[in-house]
Design a protein around this ligand. Structure first.
Ligand SMILES: Cc1ncc(COP(=O)(O)O)c(C=O)c1O
Length: 460
């Protein structure tokens, strides 16, 4: 490989692709060096919740970098760390008060799963160590978080390295893995997808199970799938019954993305640990973490010498935390959540209209401004694309050419089959910008469907 330019020294995410060089970003738009403008309809990876170019956050970071750019939280703390912890602790459901910071969501989930294990161990439950996750879930790419998640594509190359975690299917009523419908489950007041958790716990032996981790609304892997009424409550009951720490992964859904500070509030369930990331700093700095219940922290103090045997160099990094503090204040001061909710409802309505014109748009779902839809080869026959077609990537490519970037996903149904597009623009987006997003999506879907028709025609 010849190295001529600086970019030839970059370990790119994908060496087969050319990446536009972004030279400026403002509001919901990104600008590349060619002068192209992209509407950021996915907030990066559902992170830039406040849009780009917020000077309040940039200034807070610069100020903290000048004041104390780095201190190690093993020896020192900073005012911004205390202030942000207080803001987040107050935002979380009542018994979750203690905030632990990491740099990314994968680290946050690693921390939560390790803390659950230490909690049991400190209390003499030495055998409790197994983590149960869900096949349709994503918790990060570090080996532990990857072991907890279920995305076959991401897991498969590393299968020999993954920890022996257990999994259940997550609820996807639209394509129920148990061939039921939501109505039947509600009528019978029994959800096999939730009962499977209890069955698995009994099979493993409750004395071995440490924690259960899931997303409240499945983000990147399924495209905003919302669980049925009562599912998370039943999960909570099972966790209580067998002394299992319930970890709710709000890395994508937290900080207003679904219309409330945390999505779990909408399901009337209080977990033991909430993990967060992305939106906490609105993407301005690597920042994530977990909010831990008083019960777990009190046990740590009483039974574990007060020390969580864990930590990272950049836990509570002052500049990242300063970005988080400025972002969290901005959400409140500008009433961002109310706008996100309003624009989310408008987006839903516009997508439903769009669906009437596009046979490739399947079920539309989500909450707030975390919205997804299935991509189908033919909606009238409920026909999926073959996985090798790369449908979602193709659609996103069409959108990029027309000036918008979405979050495509594949393996929606079972890790292999199914495609979806996830839409999650900054929560600060305006109604006019939603109209522009929908117009670009409309044109992109038309071009995509044309492409599908041409290819299918040729094959036949
Ligand atoms: C629900 C969820 N958990 C964890 C992660 C991992 O976060 P990070 O990429 O910051 O490590 C993600 C990232 O997309 C996510 O969506």
């Amino acid at each position: 490989m010849e190295r001529v330019e600086a970019k030839d020294y970059v370990f790119h995410r994908d060496f087969t692709k050319e990446y536009p060089m972004i030279v400026r970003a403002e509001g919901v738009y990104l600008y590349d060096e060619q002068g192209n403008r992209y509407l950021d309809a996915s907030s990066g990876a559902i992170a830039a919740n406040l849009g780009h170019g917020v000077t309040e956050i940039a200034e807070a970071m610069a100020e903290q970098a000048k004041t104390a750019g780095f201190v190690h939280t093993l020896r020192f703390e900073t005012k911004v760390l205390h202030e942000l912890a207080a803001e987040i602790g107050k935002m979380a459901p009542a018994p979750l008060n203690r905030v632990y910071f990491t740099s990314g969501g994968s680290e946050a989930n690693e921390s939560a799963m390790k803390l659950a294990r230490q909690y049991h161990r400190d209390r003499g439950k030495l055998e409790k160590h197994i983590v149960i996750g869900r096949w349709q879930g994503y918790h990060g790419n570090t080996l532990g978080s990857l072991s907890a998640g279920g995305d076959i594509k991401r897991r498969q190359p590393y299968t020999p390295n993954l920890a022996k975690f257990e999994h259940i299917y997550s609820p996807y009523c639209h394509r129920c893995p148990y061939s039921r419908t939501e109505e039947i489950c509600q009528r019978e007041k029994r959800m096999p997808c939730a009962e499977e958790l209890e069955r698995l716990v009994k099979e493993i032996g409750p004395e071995f199970v440490s924690s259960f981790i899931c997303e409240p609304i499945v983000g990147s892997q399924q495209g905003a799938v919302v669980p049925p009424k009562g599912y998370l409550q039943r999960v909570r009951e099972i966790c209580d019954q067998y002394e299992i720490v319930l970890i709710i992964d709000e890395v994508m859904t937290g900080f207003g993305r679904t219309g409330t500070d945390f999505a779990i509030e909408q399901f009337g369930v209080v977990p033991d640990i909430i993990t967060f990331g992305k939106g906490v700093s609105a993407g301005y700095a690597p920042l994530a973490g977990m909010i831990v219940s008083d019960q777990i922290v009190e046990s740590l103090v009483a039974n574990g010498n007060g020390r969580f045997i864990h930590g990272y160099t950049f836990s509570g990094h002052p500049v990242s935390v300063a970005a988080g503090l400025a972002a969290v204040r901005y959400y409140k001061q500008k009433n961002v959540l109310a706008n996100g909710k309003e624009q989310g409802e408008y987006l839903f309505q516009r997508l439903r209209d769009l669906q009437k014109r596009h046979s490739s748009m399947g079920q539309i779902r989500g909450k707030g401004l975390l919205v997804g839809f299935e991509l189908l080869a033919d909606r009238s026959r409920d026909q999926l694309f073959p996985p090798s077609f790369g449908a979602a990537d193709r659609l996103n490519h069409e959108a990029l050419k027309r000036g918008a970037v979405f979050y495509p996903g594949a393996g929606t149904i079972d890790g292999v089959n199914g495609d979806h597009l996830l839409i999650g623009p900054p929560l600060t987006i305006t109604r006019e910008e939603i109209d522009e997003l929908v117009a670009i999506l409309d044109q992109s879907l038309a071009a995509f469907e044309e492409q599908v028709y041409t290819i299918t025609g040729k094959e036949e």
